[in-house]
Design a protein around this ligand. Structure first.
Ligand code: SF4
Ligand code: SF4
Length: 320
């Protein structure tokens, strides 16, 4: 017995059930499965603890299984929360998740198979691409996947942007919990109390604001707008790349030319690295970390600022 969207207290997210035993699910205690996915450091575990806490505080049996061993290597982090009158297994089968909550778009796609036909994907449109996943020395370009972007089961939320507005971009997971809370048969009071128990004390206010922004989010706001490249605006390039030419060793080094998974750099005719394909930059920061001369700066694009360039007077070409 699992909770399907027709059993949800309010699939549209406009009312708040105060008693789950008399909600739209009738006198039958709700049961269901929620899969939470993301990459290390995004708050997957805290989000799953909050969902489990909410179900527990409403008198349900809960089982929670986490996989986070690879989180320090850019790998995915997942957590499965199953709840009901009695839960026998910690793990869910593909095609059975009532909700998939994804903190990163590629991880959302990876987890699509777990979604039940009547389930709902609540996904952040943020992209965090591990450098190792980008290398394609043949084509030189890894294009971020867009499949599933228009799937009717998917809600795409600018969770990072909303969390930033709430004061802390790290609270993006809490924005998604706010969206989820509107669609699950538990009173909002349970969510707010669980948030107080699990959010870091220093970031509680930002998390509370993020949760309320998530609750106020409506589907219509996420309608993808056409762009000149045909890509949804959430997946447009967001990073600028600058090389300080006076610090660059040039062809004696070439590390950035070799390591950039997106082939952003070329060795320019004047003997220093040039970010000739900066529009491909995914902001992975690999070049900035590996440049031995600290000559590269990768930064978020700000309105009105140039997207790429070369700075610093070129005095000489050093040979290492
Ligand atoms: S890694 Fe740094 S020093 Fe080396 S070529 Fe690139 S910018 Fe120049
Ligand atoms: S330019 Fe630097 S930050 Fe951008 S994709 Fe290449 S390695 Fe990553």
């Amino acid at each position: 017995m699992t909770i399907r969207t027709e059993l949800l207290a309010d699939p549209a997210g406009t009312t708040d059930p105060t008693d789950i035993t008399t909600s739209a699910a009738g006198s039958v205690l709700p049961s269901g499965s929620v899969l939470i996915v993301g990459v290390g450091g995004q708050g997957v575990i805290m989000a799953s603890n909050i969902i489990a806490d909410v179900a527990l505080s409403n008198g349900l049996d809960v089982k929670n299984a986490e996989v986070h061993g690879m989180s320090q290597r850019g790998g995915m982090v997942t957590s499965q929360v199953r709840f009901g009158a009695e839960v026998y297994s910690t793990l869910m089968e593909p095609g059975t998740a009532d909700f998939v909550v994804a903190l990163e778009w590629a991880e959302a796609l990876r987890s699509f198979a777990f979604l039940a036909p009547t389930g709902m994907l609540i996904a952040s449109s943020q992209r965090i691409i591990p450098p190792a996943a980008l290398s394609n020395r043949v084509t030189g370009r890894f294009d971020y996947p867009l499949e599933g972007w228009t799937d009717p089961r998917a809600l795409r939320v600018d969770a990072r942007g909303l969390a930033q507005g709430a004061g802390d971009v790290r609270a993006a997971a809490t924005v998604l919990l706010g969206v989820l809370s509107n669609r699950m048969p538990f009173p909002v009071k349970s969510w707010r109390e669980a948030l107080k128990r699990w959010a870091p004390v220093k970031a509680l206010q930002a998390n509370e604001r993020s949760f309320e922004l998530g609750r106020g989010w409506r589907t219509a706001e996420a309608a993808p707008a056409a762009t000149k490249t045909g890509r949804p605006p959430e997946l447009e390039t967001t990073s600028s790349v600058t090389v300080n030419a006076s610090w660059c060793k040039g062809a004696a080094c070439s590390i950035c030319v070799d390591v950039c998974p997106e082939r952003v750099f070329v060795m320019g005719p004047e003997g220093f690295a040039v970010p000739a394909n900066a529009q491909r930059c995914t902001g992975c920061n690999l070049c900035m970390k590996l440049c031995p001369d600290f000559a590269i700066e990768v930064a978020a694009i700000e309105a009105g600022k140039p997207k790429t360039g070369v700075s610093g007077a070129r005095k000489e070409v050093r040979n290492g």
